[in-house]
Structures are given as C-alpha cells and as structure tokens.
Design a binder for this molecule. Structure first.
Ligand SMILES: NC(=O)c1ccc[n+]([C@@H]2O[C@H](COP(=O)([O-])OP(=O)(O)OC[C@H]3O[C@@H](n4cnc5c(N)ncnc54)[C@H](OP(=O)(O)O)[C@@H]3O)[C@@H](O)[C@H]2O)c1
Length: 250
C-alpha cells in the first residue's frame, strides 16, 4: 500500500496511517465513518458490499476496527451483511492492549424494532457483549429475549438519536467510534452534525443499477464540505480519508 497524499510514501501501514492523535475524543467521541463505493457511487452489488472489496480493503477495514473503541452499525447493515463478532489478528489485538483498550471493540447496533437474531454469533460468540441502541418503543418481548446476550440502551423516542448515542459512549469511556453504515444511519449522524471523518474506499469498478449511496434520506440544505487528510492506493483501490472541519458543518 502506498501513500499519494499528503506526501508520497511506500509500504504504508494502515494502522499508522489512520491513527488518531492523543486526546481526540476526550470531549465527545470522535466519529469516523468507513464505507466502500464503486466509481459510479454504488455501495452495494446485489444488496451487499462484499464483492466491491479486495485484500487491501480488508486490511484497511481491519485496521480501522482495531483503532476504534466501539463499532456503530445500523441493524439493516448487520442483517444484510450477516454481521458476526469482531475478530482481529493477534498483532492488532496486541496493539490494542498496549494502548489500554480491550482486545476487540464491542459492536453497537442501532435498531428501532430490535428484531434481531439473538441466537446468531454476533450475540452468542461476541468477546465483548454487543450493545443494542434502541428507542422507548422497542418491542418488550424482543428486549426480554435479547437481554440475556446483549446490553440494551434506550437512546431516543421515535428514532435512535445520534447525540444520545454519543452521550452514552462518552459516559462509557469510548473516545473513538467507527461508524460502518448503512446509509440510513450515516445520514442521521451527518444531519445531526456529528460526523468527524469519512474513510471512503473507491473500488475501481462500475456496477450501474440503482444501488444505495453512502448517505440516504433527505438532502442536506447545503453541501457538507470535507478536506482530504490522506490518500492511499493499493491494486487500483483508493483509500480516501476526509475530515469534516469545525467550519464545514452544514
Ligand atoms: N459499501 C459499504 O461500505 C456499506 C456499508 C454498510 C452498509 N452497506 C449496505 O447498505 C445496505 C443497508 O442500508 P440501510 O439504509 O438499510 O442501512 P442501516 O442504516 O444499516 O439500516 C437501517 C435500519 O437500521 C436501523 N436504524 C438505522 N438508523 C436508525 C435510527 N436512527 N433509529 C432507529 N433505527 C435505526 C433500523 O432498524 P430496524 O428495522 O431494526 O428498526 C433501520 O431499519 C445493505 O445493502 C448493506 O450491504 C454498504
């Protein structure tokens, strides 16, 4: 993997390239979103993202997971992508332990329905208990079934409110959040003005169709500008790291 920006470099280690400076997330958790998109802007092929990636993308995906205190994901994505527990290579686990983090971060699922498969490995085999972020009208039966294998947090009324989620994460001592989509949840975070960074992998392919994009839902009133922090390349894949500056919020 090589760097193209801010300066050319070879043999780049993504764990170092995506490291966050000391102190980031102390006041409120830092929110970094990671997504992969085709060159024509689709984030799925046949309803999933798996066929868009490759070995380099998996390396960046794992590096980003290894740097996070918690992984935030919408229930739609967890269902579509058949999410399992977080698994990290021994060297990434060791780096986390050296940074004072548990060996893997928990997954925090955002759901209104709490209609989830409580017998799936995402719950039964998670090394750190999965967190379910839900609303006050979450189905009480599902909650009873889920409480044996997951920690439930109410963080909103009609929808889960990203600001309440970050407040909970702050209280739990989480400094860095890795948002893994999908587009519905990403849009909620952006509309709430809480996105700090977008890590976008551009997959060198076209797929046409009308697949979803990085963000769904209502248009922003005006474009949210981002500034490039880093650009990496491997096997034609581009790994773009963009920051949302304090003066760039919509
Ligand atoms: N290319 C990529 O990098 C990438 C990354 C992620 C996802 N994807 C793709 O995106 C698609 C999924 O998109 P999606 O829009 O359905 O994703 P999503 O945002 O993950 O899921 C929507 C569902 O998540 C829950 N949810 C999200 N935000 C919520 C909120 N604020 N409050 C309460 N519940 C909330 C709801 O679940 P309940 O129905 O349980 O209430 C909602 O139905 C899949 O095809 C997946 O493969 C691609």
């Amino acid at each position: 993997m090589r760097a193209l920006f801010p300066r050319p470099e070879t043999d780049v280690d993504p764990v170092l390239a995506y490291a966050l400076p000391e102190g980031v997330g102390d006041e409120r958790p830092f929110v970094r979103c990671n997504m992969i998109s085709t060159l024509d802007g689709a984030i799925t092929l046949d309803g999933r993202s798996g066929m868009l990636g490759g070995p380099a993308d998996r390396r960046v995906f794992q590096a980003l997971r290894s740097l996070a205190d918690v992984i935030l994901v919408g229930a739609g994505t967890a269902r579509a992508e058949a999410y399992g527990p977080v698994l990290l290579a021994p060297e990434l686990r060791a780096l986390r332990e050296r940074r004072g983090q548990p060996p893997v971060p928990p997954i925090a699922l955002v759901t209104r329905s709490a209609n989830l498969d409580w017998f799936s490995p995402l719950f039964t085999e998670a090394e750190v208990r999965t967190i379910v972020l839900t609303t006050i009208d979450c189905d009480p039966g599902e909650r009873r079934r889920g409480e044996g294998v997951a920690d439930f947090v109410v963080a909103g009324d009609a929808r889960v409110d990203p600001a309440q989620v970050l407040e909970y994460f702050h209280g739990a001592g989480y400094h860095s959040v890795l948002l893994e989509g999908g587009p519905g949840l990403n849009a909620d975070v952006v509309h709430a003005g809480l996105l700090d960074e977008l890590c976008l992998t551009l997959s060198p392919c076209l797929v046409a169709g009308d697949g979803p994009r990085v963000l769904a839902g209502e248009e922003l009133e005006r474009p949210l500008g981002l500034a490039m922090v880093r650009l990496l390349e491997d096997e034609g894949f581009l790994f773009c790291r963009f920051a949302v500056g304090p003066d760039r919020q919509a």
